[in-house]
Design a protein around this ligand. Structure first.
Ligand code: MSP
Length: 525
C-alpha cells in the first residue's frame, strides 16, 4: 500500500433512471486519468464512483417499467453502469450505491447529528420542483416554455414543466452558513475551480442563501428521516453524503481520516450542490470541507448539451466499438479544455485518431522498434557520442514530464497531454532529420546509428510512462515490446514524476516488433 500523500478523487454518482451516455463517460474518464496519474506518482490514491438511486425520478421510471425502484436500480447498475466502467477501463477503487446499507445507516447518523445540533427544523413549503434536476428551482432557472409547453413555466435546463409542490418539510438552516461559505471561497481561492465557476458561485451566495428543504413526504423511495418515519431524505442531501459514507464516516474512523477530504470532479450543472450545499452540510456537522470542487464543462452535440432526454445521447460503446477505449480516453482528454464546454463530432474524433494516435504516436513506436529489430537484431544499441540534436530530445522529454505533472496537479488534463505530445512531435522530427535508414547503409556511421536508435527508443520509454494513465492498453503493449518489465518493473509501477529522467532503458535490452497500436478506421460515409 502506498504511503504517499493522500489523493481522494470522486465522480458524481449517476442517476440510474437511464443508461450512460458519453457525457457521463467523460466525467469518469477525466477522474480516472487524474487518479491513475496520482497513483502512478505514489500518492495514496482512491477513486470513488457510484450510483444515485433514490428520489422521484427513479421511482417514476421504475413504476413506468412495472418494477420496484430497487429492481430497476439493480438492473441498471448490473447491465449498464458497471459495464460502462469496464468499457472505458476505469480503475475505480470503490463503487457506492446509495441503496447500500453502509450508506443508508450513516446518512441517518449524519441527519440525527444535525438535528440534535439544532440545524434542522420543520416548516411548510410551496415551490416549483424539477424532477429532472431533483431540485426546487430558483427564479433564475425558471423560464417560460415554448412549443408544446407554451405559456407554462419550465426548467431552464430540461425545458420540461415544473411541478408545484406543497408539503410539510424538514429544513436545513443553510442560511446560517452564508458568511462562512463566502469566507471559505475568499480564503481558499482554489476551493472552486476553474475561476469562472468560482465567480458564479460567489455571486450566487452573495445574493443570499435560503434554508434547504431536506425531506419529502409524498413518496417513500428514499432514506427514512430517523426521527420521523413519514418522511424520506431529499435525494441530493442523501447523494452528497456518499462521499463520506463510502470512506468510513460513522463507522471506520481510521479509514475516514486516511481518505477525507476529497477532490470532487463534477459537471458545471451540479456545481452549486457541491460548492454551496455540501460544504454547508459539512460545516454544520463539524467535518472538514472538501479539498476542492472542479467543475468541467458540457459535451455539446450540434451546439446543445448532449442528453438522452433531448435525444442527442451517444452511448460510449458507439465510440469504443470502432475506435477502442484508449482512443475514447485520449480524445476526450485532449480535445476538450477541462473546465470548458466542448463540441463532440465524429469528424474531429476520426481526424485526431488518425493524425495523433495512429500516425503521430502509433507509427512512431512501430517504426522505432522495427529499426531496432532490423539493424540491431532486436536489442537496443548503446548510445555513443551525444550531439545537440540528441540532447534536445532529452531536454524536451525532461521538460514535458515536469510540465505535464504540473498541469495534472492543476486539473489541466488537456494541457498535460499537449506537453506530452511535444515529445511525440520532437521524436518524429528527430527521426526525419537523423535518417537512421541512411546511417544504416554506412558502416562508418554505426556508432551514430546506435545513438539515434537509443535516443528514439528511450523516448518511447518516456512516452509509455507519461501516456499510461490516458491510453493504458496501448502503452502496456509498448512496454511489453520494449521488454521493459524485466529491466524496470511493471509499467504501472513506474514513478510518473520521474518519467523524464533520461537513460533508464538499459542498452542491450531485447526488444520486439510491435503490432499496430491504432489501426486505421475506414470511414463509413
Ligand atoms: N445524481 C446526480 C449527482 C449526484 S453527486 C452527489 C447527477 N447525476 S447525473 O447522472 O444526472 O449526472 C452525472 C454527471 O454527468 C454530472 O456531472 C453531469 O454534469 C454529467 N453530464 C451529464 N450530461 C453531460 C454532458 N452532456 N456533458 C458533460 N457532462 C454531462 O447529476
Amino acid at each position: 500500500m502506498s504511503n504517499g500523500s493522500p489523493f481522494f478523487i470522486t465522480t458524481p454518482i449517476f442517476y440510474v433512471n437511464d443508461v450512460p451516455h458519453i457525457g457521463h463517460a467523460y466525467t469518469e474518464v477525466a477522474a480516472d486519468v487524474l487518479a491513475r496519474w496520482h497513483r502512478q506518482a505514489g500518492d495514496d490514491t482512491w477513486l470513488l464512483t457510484g450510483t444515485d438511486e433514490h428520489g422521484q425520478k427513479i421511482l417514476r421510471t421504475a413504476t413506468a417499467n412495472g418494477v420496484t425502484p430497487r429492481e430497476w436500480a439493480d438492473k441498471l447498475v448490473e447491465e449498464a453502469w458497471l459495464p460502462m466502467l469496464k468499457t472505458l477501463d476505469i480503475r475505480n477503487d470503490d463503487f457506492i450505491r446509495t441503496t447500500d446499507d453502509r450508506h443508508g445507516k450513516n446518512v441517518k447518523k449524519f441527519l440525527q447529528h444535525l438535528y440534535d445540533g439544532g440545524h434542522i427544523y420543520a416548516g411548510e413549503f410551496e415551490a416549483l420542483y424539477c424532477v429532472g434536476c431533483e431540485e426546487f428551482k430558483p427564479d433564475s432557472e425558471i423560464v417560460m416554455g415554448t412549443g408544446e409547453y407554451e405559456g407554462v413555466k419550465v426548467c431552464a435546463i430540461h425545458s420540461k414543466p415544473l411541478e408545484l409542490l406543497q408539503e410539510k418539510n424538514y429544513f436545513f438552516r443553510m442560511s446560517d452558513f452564508q458568511d462562512r461559505l463566502l469566507a471559505l471561497y475568499e480564503e481558499r481561492p482554489d476551493f472552486i475551480q476553474p475561476a469562472s465557476a468560482r465567480n458564479e458561485v460567489i455571486a450566487f451566495v452573495q445574493q443570499g442563501l435560503k434554508d434547504l428543504s431536506i425531506s419529502r413526504s409524498s413518496f417513500d423511495w428514499g432514506i427514512t428521516i430517523p426521527w420521523d418515519s413519514t418522511h424520506v431524505t431529499y435525494v441530493w442531501f442523501d447523494a452528497l453524503l456518499n462521499y463520506i459514507t463510502a470512506v468510513g464516516y460513522g463507522e471506520n474512523e481510521e479509514e475516514f481520516s486516511r481518505r477525507w477530504p476529497a477532490r470532487h470532479i463534477v459537471g458545471k450543472d451540479i456545481l452549486r450542490f457541491h460548492a454551496v450545499i455540501w460544504p454547508a452540510m459539512l460545516m454544520a456537522a463539524g467535518i472538514e470541507v472538501p479539498k476542492s470542487v472542479f467543475a468541467h464543462g458540457w459535451l455539446l452535440v450540434g451546439g446543445e448539451k448532449m442528453s438522452k432526454s433531448k435525444l442527442t445521447g451517444i452511448a460510449p460503446n458507439e465510440i469504443t466499438d470502432t475506435f477502442g477505449s484508449d482512443a475514447f480516453r485520449y480524445y476526450f482528454s485532449r480535445a476538450i479544455s477541462f473546465g470548458q464546454d466542448g463540441s463532440f463530432s465524429w469528424e474531429d474524433l476520426n481526424a485526431r485518431y488518425h493524425a495523433e494516435l495512429a500516425n503521430g504516436f502509433g507509427n512512431l513506436a512501430s517504426r522505432v522498434l522495427a529499426m531496432n529489430a532490423r539493424y540491431y537484431s532486436g536489442s537496443i544499441p548503446s548510445p555513443g557520442t551525444i550531439t545537440d540534436a540528441d540532447r534536445e530530445i532529452q531536454s524536451i522529454a525532461e521538460r514535458a514530464a515536469i510540465e505535464a505533472n504540473k498541469a495534472i496537479e492543476a486539473f489541466q488534463i488537456h494541457e498535460a497531454l499537449a506537453h506530452v505530445w511535444t515529445v511525440v512531435d520532437a521524436l518524429n522530427g528527430y527521426i526525419t532529420d537523423q535518417e537512421p535508414w541512411a546511417l544504416a547503409k554506412d558502416e562508418s556511421a554505426r556508432e551514430r546509428l546506435g545513438t539515434v536508435l537509443y535516443t528514439a527508443t528511450e523516448g518511447l520509454r518516456v512516452l509509455a510512462v507519461l501516456l499510461s494513465p490516458v491510453i493504458p492498453r496501448a502503452t502496456e503493449k509498448l512496454w511489453a515490446a520494449l521488454n521493459a518489465e524485466s529491466a524496470l518493473g511493471a509499467l504501472v509501477e513506474q514513478n510518473i514524476r520521474n518519467a523524464g529522467i533520461w537513460g533508464q532503458l538499459p542498452p542491450g535490452n531485447p526488444v520486439e516488433a510491435l503490432e499496430v497500436l491504432f489501426p486505421r478506421v475506414e470511414s463509413s460515409s
